[in-house]
Design a protein around this ligand. Structure first.
Ligand code: 5GP
Length: 207
């Protein structure tokens, strides 16, 4: 989500987008990118020990690493946070966040509720946005329809969804991703980012 001709953000921020599995975070981030009205975004590619799905591109969707590789990154202090999510490890590379901010871009992180809490502790000025489904039923339907998990993995994700939804009050903003209205969700997120950028008090300075 960046390009040489794009304008820089006046106050580059660390923006976390969280929400339960199946709520549509990837589609929203894709929609934000396509809208192109707020150019100064940089999506930070995170690391995972999960295997790639057929639609995913290594280095773009995630940096897919082995468990020993992940632990080596963590032990070398290269991850801003490292957490086990749905039985796999996920972690945010500090470098990705630092280079986004240094380049005048908002660093967009799509991470889970545990990761968001850790990042907020290290970077108190981070902007936290939580995406919720219109209902739990819609979420379960989406999870099943995408057919990217085994029955067992699906069960883990469904179980974790309730736990994640219970943490939405830890966030600065909660946005409902209404059925078939991903553009509206992206627009709302864009407005929140623009509004917080104008306030100027969230400039990420402590990474
Ligand atoms: P998925 O396996 O569906 O791509 O992602 C599972 C969950 O891990 C999602 O909630 C996603 O936001 C979260 N996630 C992705 N990258 C990271 C990361 O670097 N750290 C943390 N804590 N969660 C992540």
């Amino acid at each position: 989500m960046s390009g040489a001709s794009e304008a820089n953000a006046a106050n580059p921020m660390l923006v976390i987008i969280s929400g339960p599995s199946g709520v549509g975070k990837d589609t929203i981030i894709e929609a934000l990118h396509k809208r192109g009205r707020q150019p100064a975004y940089h999506y930070v590619v995170t690391c995972t020990t999960r295997g790639p799905r057929s639609s995913e591109i290594p280095g773009v969707s995630y940096n897919f690493v082995s468990v020993p590789e992940f632990m080596a990154l963590r032990d070398a202090g290269e991850l801003l946070e490292a957490n086990e999510v749905h039985d796999n490890w996920y972690g945010t590379p500090k470098e990705g966040v630092r280079s986004a901010i240094a380049g005048g871009r908002h660093a967009i992180l799509k991470i889970d509720v545990q990761g968001a809490r850790v990042v907020k502790e290290c970077v108190p000025e981070a902007l936290l946005i939580f995406v919720v489904p219109p209902s739990l039923d819609t979420l379960v339907e989406h999870l099943k329809a995408r057919r990217t998990e085994t029955a067992e993995q699906l069960e883990v994700r469904q179980r974790n969804a309730a736990m994640e939804l219970a943490r939405k009050d830890d966030y600065d903003f909660v946005v409902v991703n209404e059925e078939g209205r991903v553009d509206l969700t992206a627009e709302r997120i864009e407005q929140i980012i623009a509004q917080e950028e104008r306030r100027g008090s969230r400039r990420a300075v402590t990474i």
